[in-house]
Design a protein. Structure first.
Length: 316
């Protein structure tokens, strides 16, 4: 077989020294230069970016219009009580605020279960498909992958444990979509690829991949890639029609699926995360509301001091 398999001289258990920390709910710009300020600046940047992506999606004639509307207003208001801050979350996959929280949550929930194992990172692909076939294709891939793992465990008696993730990318030059599966498993990676090629004979052997997992491949597994964007000088091009097609294909689907002895971790982001305490100027009760690129209060004070980049957005 011509499978792209990168092997290390000797398989060693993967020891994960640092797990991702769940981002604080919110932090205040009163702590200039602190870690808290940097976290909130990232949140402001994510909010600014999400507002522009979801704003473009709102112009699509999509059944997910209310879904995109939730993303647009995610973290629109922040409530401060004393030195505690809380906000409401949209739990959508087009929101970069929620995706940052979701990524950290999934990493913390799964990596401690995988720590100390010899892990392989497997990528399974099929030929690109057009948009109208994307959801059906994803359903077929998920079904065959589940049957394949069940066959290993129940019929072949092979103990196999790990996580499967569905991911979709977009080729704007050909206007096609590339659904593929990432696996992190504790062995039998090449056997998984062989079983996959039997189920999908049109898939290219050279396009499949198996390698020993490391921290980078685990980061690749858990990251959420929802942005479909091109770059020109001073301009972002957002492929909203393609992004909407992907979101419809993923609607009500779990992107992550554990199997074997790996326990399920919920992908949901709670509507209200627990209030966080910070060393900030205290108010008995203060509302901060989003305005362009930062949150402001009734005194016109800004929360983070974030300044958005000087770029234009165009939507395709």
């Amino acid at each position: 077989m011509q499978i792209n398999a990168k092997k290390l001289p000797k398989k060693q258990p993967l020891l994960l020294d640092t797990l991702a920390q769940l981002p604080p709910a919110l932090v205040s710009g009163a702590c200039r230069g602190s870690k808290n300020t940097k976290n909130l600046l990232k949140r402001a940047r994510s909010k600014w970016y999400t507002e522009r992506i979801s704003g473009g999606l709102l112009y699509e004639n999509s059944p997910l219009h209310k879904y995109y509307q939730r993303a647009y207003y995610c973290n629109h208001k922040i409530t401060q009580r004393g030195n505690e801050l809380t906000a409401k979350y949209c739990n959508t996959r087009v929101c970069h605020i929620c995706n940052r929280i979701r990524t950290a949550k999934m990493m913390n929930g799964y990596l401690n279960q995988l720590n100390g194992r010899v892990l392989e990172f497997v990528t399974l692909t099929i030929p690109n498909v057009i948009g109208v076939n994307l959801r059906y294709t994803c359903d077929s891939m998920i079904k065959e992958a589940s049957n394949m793992i069940r066959n290993f465990i129940e019929k072949k008696g092979i103990k196999i444990n790990g996580i499967r993730k569905l991911e979709i990318t977009y080729n704007n030059l050909k206007n096609t979509f590339h659904p593929h599966l990432h696996f992190v498993v504790d062995g039998n990676g090449l056997e998984i690829i062989q079983a996959w090629l039997k189920r999908f004979p049109d898939a290219l052997e050279i396009a499949q991949d198996c390698r020993l997992a490391d921290q980078n491949s685990l980061n690749e597994l858990f990251k959420y890639t929802t942005k479909i964007i091109g770059h020109k000088a001073g301009e972002y091009i957002v492929y909203t029609k393609a992004l909407d097609t992907i979101m419809q294909a993923l609607a009500k689907k779990r992107c992550f699926q554990p199997f074997g002895d790996v326990r399920k971790v919920s992908e949901e982001v709670e509507d209200d995360l627990e209030a966080q305490v910070y060393e900030i100027k205290e108010y008995g009760l203060m509302e901060w509301e989003w305005s362009d690129c930062d949150w402001i209060n009734k005194y016109r004070e800004t929360l983070t001091g974030y300044i958005s980049p000087d770029v234009d957005f165009s939507y395709v």
